[in-house]
Each structure stands twice: as structure tokens, then as C-alpha cells.
Design a protein around this ligand. Structure first.
Ligand code: PA5
Length: 476
């Protein structure tokens, strides 16, 4: 009989450091009412809680509506540049990096056979963008530009540059068949551009904010093109919806979203101000980036909130490990452990690596014949124990496998936990007023017409006061 597979949130090694259980039971009623507010649309910004039911109600339609475009793009492109920033990109990148061959671009024929995804519009750095343009010369690419507002500077500029690239290379007519948009279905500049140029476009629903949008076309279209099993990805999320939103399941023991939200709030209220999501494969770095945006933009309100950080182990045990063990005690760690580790990407066989016998005499003979994942497991157990001994509350998510279904399940649980935990703490997890401040300054400084009044004031603030600088002695 096959073993039952479940998502586990193990908080034993957090409780060993701080008596969470007692605090958590005091929090339970507050968490349950936060959950009810989220589900009934009675909390703050209910107009942005459409993602809660979307996985169940809308995803099946979306999966069939994207099918034709997936085929079209897969037939005429061997690469697709996803142009977007924040929630318009991070979820897609996370799932893509976790579930496709890391070296697909080196040997697409044998490692991937599907269009490779590249990323743009998530920075304004000319070096990386120029190098992307160089790389694209080796492919026959398309572009998917993703922006809910349709007016975000970084993707707007990258899109201009990439559109020009396609037009120079393929001519205007063919270029226009290689451009696709994902945006607000009713308003915005990108929608207008898509309509005027006959670019096929897909909706980001009005009631779904960027960081909660991975199960909309934002994530589903590019991931399907890249050959990820998006039906499974959605199925995992739907199961998490059924498990965690049910009226009958208000128990911390059986509702990981409620439990995680509660533990985070308890630890935060007790001086643990930084949470590090610790992943154990370089392929999961993108997952941590998605998670940081989800919690950072949702939680960081009214001068409060956990600072979400990340570490990738065992790599970072050789850098941040010292701080985890011995630095200031204001940190807790949330690990993602994959129970059954394998690589599936060359063929469909679950590939493991055995440590070979060797004549090296390097002191590691005792490991010969063991799976590498055995070593990983022992490293994890050793780290959880050492860090909790060092007074770092240590939570462990255990995912049975790193596949589309379990990623869908885990990501949706985290979205729920973020919404519930935010409401329970009394903040609004669905707005992001803070990110406007840098944009206002930037627009004024760049001379955006409607910001002319502010420009002079900002420039004078930048130029007043003493220059406090330290200069290297050598000039070249
Ligand atoms: O979560 C959010 O709302 C933000 O991170 C946005 O996704 C990000 O700012 C990009 O915005 P847009 O999709 O409007 O370009």
C-alpha cells in the first residue's frame, strides 16, 4: 500500500525554543475570525480577495482558454521572454525554476524540448538586458508582457526595447504575432496597446492583486508554454482550498494555513522580527523570492511586520550559518524540506545520485553507496537541531515531492496564511501604499509631465545639506 502523502508543518523545534502552544491557543479565536473575514469578503480591501475562490471557480475556464495560445506559441517559438515585475513575474519564475531543467538553455533538445523562459522588466539594469538581447539571437522568441496596472516603469521600458528587437529582427508584421499581453481586462495602458495592435491578451482579474496572481493567466500561461503540468498545479491549489477554507476545519492541528499564520503572529509579538525561508536546493531560490514578496508586501504595514528573508542551504550554512547559530536572537527559520528528492527532468525516470566507491582516500569512504539525499536529510536534521539549540525557533514545511501538485498546494496555503495572519494582526494584507513613494520621486526626477510640481522640491532636497562622503585615496 502506498504511504499517505501530506503537507506537514512541523513546529516542534520552534516550540522547543519558545512556548508557542500556549500563545497559539489564545490566538485561535482571533485566527478563526480572520479566516471568516477573508472568506466572506468582510475584512480590509475585500475588493482584492478574489484569488481565494478563483482557483476553484475560474481556473478550469482559464486552463481551457489558454490552450490555443499555448499551442500557437509552442509551435512558433523556442523561447519566451516574460516581461514583468513583482507579482507579475515572481510566481512564474519560482515554479519554472523549480520544475524545469536548470541547464535547459544549454541543451534544449535533450533537457527540455519546450520553449525556454527568459525574464525581463524586473529591473532597469542595462547590462543584464543587453546580455538577454544577445542570448535571444540564438532563439526564435516571443514576448509575454505582464502588468496588471499596465503602467509600471520597468516592464514598460523592457517591453519597448524588446518590441523593437522583434521588429528589427522579424519585421513589424511577424513581430506583432510574437507579442502577447496579460493585464487588467477593463482598464490600463497595456490593455489599450494590446487592443490597438491586435495582440492576444489574457485577464488579471480586477479583484486579484499581483502577489496573489500565480494561479491566474499570469502564472498559468507561461508555465503551460514551458511544459509545466498546470492542471496538476491548479489541482494542488484546489485541494489546499478544500482542506483549509472548509467551515469544518478551524483546527490548528489540521489546518496548516491557520497554524502557520498563528505561529508567525505569536513569534512576531514575542520579538522574533525576522523570518528566513530556508530552501535546500538552488532550484528553490525562486520560491523564496516569491514568498518574500508575498509576505513582505502584505505584512510590512504601519511600521510593523516580520521582515522576510531567505537562505539557501547548505550553501548558506557556509555564510549565514554563523549568524543563524550565533548572531542576534531576533530570527526564526522556516524550512522547506522535500521528503522524496529526485530529478525527473531527463526522461521520466526519478533520478537519484549514489555516492560512488572511490580511491580518493578523502575521509568520506563511510558514505560510499549512500544516496546523496541521505546526506541531505542528515544535514537537515542536524541543522534543525543545532539552530534550535542556538535559540532560533525552527519550523519545517515537509513537502512529499517537489512537483506541480505539491507546489500548487504549498503556495496556496501560504497565500491563505498571509491573508489570515494579516487580518488577525489588524493590518491590510492586500494593499501596498509604501511602494508608491520611490515611484513618485523617480517620476518627478525623470521629468514625467504630471510630476513637474514635485520635481523642484525633490531636487532641492537631494542637493541641500552637507555632502557626507568618504573617498578612496586613489584616482584613476
Ligand atoms: O503584488 C503587487 O501588487 C505588486 O508587486 C505588483 O505585482 C508589481 O508592482 C507589478 O505591478 P503591475 O503588474 O501592475 O505591473
Amino acid at each position: 500500500m502506498s504511504q499517505e502523502k501530506r503537507l506537514i508543518l512541523d513546529w516542534t523545534k520552534a516550540h522547543d525554543v519558545f512556548p508557542i502552544e500556549k500563545h497559539l491557543s489564545n490566538e485561535t479565536n482571533n485566527l478563526i475570525s480572520a479566516k471568516k473575514s477573508l472568506l466572506s469578503g468582510k475584512g480590509k480591501s475585500p475588493e482584492f480577495t478574489g484569488w481565494v475562490n478563483y482557483v476553484k471557480e475560474e481556473c478550469p475556464n482559464i486552463l481551457s482558454s489558454i490552450k490555443k495560445t499555448v499551442d500557437t506559441i509552442s509551435n512558433h517559438s523556442d523561447a519566451v521572454v516574460i516581461v514583468g515585475i513583482g507579482g507579475s513575474l515572481l510566481g512564474t519564475k519560482a515554479v519554472y525554476e523549480a520544475l524545469t531543467h536548470t541547464y535547459a538553455s544549454i541543451n534544449q533538445e535533450s533537457f527540455h524540448r519546450k520553449p525556454i523562459l527568459f525574464w525581463a522588466g524586473h529591473h532597469i539594469a542595462l547590462d543584464e538586458l543587453s546580455e538577454l538581447l544577445d542570448a535571444l539571437d540564438n532563439y526564435t522568441p516571443s514576448i509575454i508582457v505582464v502588468s496588471k496596472s499596465g503602467g509600471t516603469t520597468e516592464p514598460a521600458l523592457a517591453f519597448r526595447i524588446l518590441k523593437q528587437y522583434l521588429e528589427d529582427r522579424f519585421g513589424c508584421d511577424e513581430a506583432s504575432h510574437r507579442i502577447f499581453a496579460i493585464t487588467d481586462p477593463q482598464d490600463g495602458t497595456l490593455l489599450k496597446i494590446a487592443k490597438e495592435n491586435n495582440y492576444p491578451y489574457f485577464p488579471i482579474p480586477k479583484n486579484v492583486g499581483g502577489r496573489y496572481s500565480v494561479f491566474t493567466p499570469v502564472g498559468l500561461l507561461p508555465l503551460a508554454i514551458a511544459g509545466i503540468n498546470v492542471t496538476e498545479f491548479v489541482a494542488g491549489a484546489v485541494q489546499a482550498f478544500d482542506d483549509c477554507t472548509s467551515e469544518k476545519n478551524h483546527s490548528i492541528e489540521t489546518n496548516p494555513a491557520l497554524c502557520y499564520a498563528g505561529i508567525r503572529n505569536v513569534l512576531y509579538a514575542n520579538k522574533y522580527k525576522i523570518e528566513s525561508l530556508c530552501t535546500w536546493t538552488p532550484k528553490a531560490r525562486g520560491i523564496a523570492e516569491w514568498w518574500k514578496q508575498l509576505f513582505g508586501e502584505s505584512d510590512g504595514k504601519e511600521n510593523t511586520g516580520i521582515f522576510p528573508a531567505s537562505a539557501n542551504f547548505t550553501t548558506d550554512l557556509h555564510s549565514l550559518g554563523q549568524y543563524f547559530q550565533d548572531g542576534e536572537r531576533h530570527l526564526f527559520a522556516t524550512h522547506i524540506k522535500i521528503q522524496d528528492e529526485y530529478s525527473l527532468l531527463k526522461g521520466s525516470i526519478k533520478r537519484k545520485i549514489k555516492i560512488p566507491e572511490s580511491n580518493l582516500k578523502d575521509g568520506f569512504e563511510f558514505l560510499a553507496g549512500k544516496d546523496l539525499s541521505y546526506v541531505q536529510n542528515e544535514a537537515q536534521q542536524g541543522t534543525f537541531l543545532a539552530h534550535s539549540d542556538g535559540k532560533v525557533p525552527t519550523l519545517v514545511w515537509e513537502l512529499p515531492e517537489l512537483n506541480a501538485w505539491w507546489l500548487g498546494y504549498w503556495m496556496y496555503v501560504n497565500m491563505l496564511a498571509c491573508g489570515i495572519g494579516g487580518y488577525a494582526r489588524g493590518i491590510n494584507p492586500f494593499d501596498q501604499p509604501g511602494v508608491e513613494d520611490y515611484k513618485n520621486n523617480m517620476f518627478a526626477l525623470m521629468g514625467k509631465p504630471s510630476y513637474a510640481d514635485k520635481a523642484a522640491q525633490i531636487k532641492s532636497r537631494l542637493n541641500t545639506g552637507n555632502r557626507l562622503r568618504s573617498l578612496g585615496l586613489t584616482s584613476k
